[in-house]
Design a protein around this ligand. Structure first.
Ligand SMILES: C[S@@+](CC[C@H](N)C(=O)[O-])C[C@H]1O[C@@H](n2cnc3c(N)ncnc32)[C@H](O)[C@@H]1O
Length: 231
């Protein structure tokens, strides 16, 4: 599309100002410059994961997860993903490892793959986006991680949940998930992310009914992640 300069466009009964600029044809490659390697470390510093895209060189000796998000969400760099990983690494450091994991809203599969690489098994990632499942399956193969991915819309119901659930979604979707969980079907441990720092009480309150209570809360750049555990 050519550069149109500043124009106005009809919208309903009004006119809206539209500003445009030409996008160079290599945009689909240039975004790669923003997908930089990143280290995520547990709170006590015991375990670190080095996240990198496949086009960046490997870091010798690092515990790596290689992620190409394709058309899905999840380079690993978003605060909600980093906070989820920190909480997952914290569970691992407490010796809560090796068991099954469900990853709700798996996107590129980054959290599910990290869980599998940490020794959790079986791990299943769910997403309603076809592009997410495609990217996640490819990433699992690159990382030689044993993870199953299923296309599933959480709005239509919950899949069978593992004792440890990771859910990097949004506050409204987390509330919907909470509303569908009863005390029998709830996990022992839930890492909730995608909420704003200010939505902490609202999300914790939604899960309180199921017997899950806050054990940890971490915040970064206005985003928050909660670790909830059964009493
Ligand atoms: C914030 S992204 C998290 C991606 C990845 N887990 C991460 O941490 O980087 C949320 C993901 O939830 C998925 N999602 C949103 N609504 C959903 C729904 N109703 N059912 C299943 N997945 C959904 C999106 O497609 C997206 O991949």
């Amino acid at each position: 599309m050519p550069d149109l300069g500043q124009v106005e466009a009809a919208s309903g009964d009004g006119l809206v100002a539209v500003e445009s600029s030409e996008v160079p044809g290599d945009w689909s490659e240039r975004w790669r410059a923003f997908h930089r390697p990143l280290e995520v470390t547990s709170a006590d510093g015991a375990t670190s994961i080095w996240l990198r895209p496949p086009w960046e060189p490997a870091r010798p000796g690092a515990f790596e997860v290689v992620i190409d998000p394709g058309q899905a969400f999840g380079t690993g760099a978003h605060p909600t993903t980093r906070l989820s990983l920190e909480l997952l690494l914290g569970c691992h450091d407490r010796g809560l490892t090796g068991g099954p994991v469900s990853d709700l809203g798996t996107g590129s599969g980054v959290l599910a793959i990290a869980a599998a690489r940490l020794g959790y098994s079986p791990v299943t990632g769910f997403d309603h986006e076809r592009e997410a499942i495609t990217a996640a399956v490819g990433n699992a193969a690159v990382n030689r991680a044993e993870v199953s991915f299923e296309r599933h819309d959480l709005r239509s119901g919950l899949p069978d949940l593992a004792p440890l659930v990771i859910a990097n979604l949004t506050a409204p979707l987390l509330e919907l998930v909470a509303g569908r969980m009863d005390t029998a079907g709830r996990p022992d441990r839930l890492i909730c992310s995608g909420l704003l720092e200010t939505e902490r009480d609202r999300v914790a309150g939604a899960f309180a009914r199921t017997g899950l209570t806050p054990r940890d809360f971490r915040a970064l750049e206005g985003w928050g992640s909660l670790l909830l555990e059964a009493a």
